[in-house]
Design a protein around this ligand. Sequence first.
Ligand SMILES: [Zn+2]
Length: 125
Amino acid sequence: MSNFKICTKCHEAKKALEEFYQCLGKYRSECKSCTIKRNVKYQRENKTSKRYDYASRRLYMRKYYYNNKLKFAQYRAEFKKRYPNYYKQYFKKNKKNKNEEQKPLIKTSLTTCIQHNNNQTNLKK
Ligand SMILES: [Zn+2]
């Protein structure tokens, strides 16, 4: 009878050598078919749970954003109220930088040169 082992899962007495996997020289407590069943079930659950997680996470994020939309808007409004010139200055600065970038450097130096010369000739006159 030592060749038989009772599976802890299905509680069936099965031939240990043929029906049970061995792990580190010892038979596992569950039979092969139960192990396979468990693995298949685990894999299937894992797959579906991953798919479920992905969908639910997306939904959660969407929900989170929707629920906090007002909060974000309030925060922005409060920030604007507290720093009314922040955005104005920011845009002004950006606009200025953009304009400066758009100006060709040689032209600017040339015009200042001409202006400088004009000033000098004006002074001479
Ligand atoms: Zn079993």
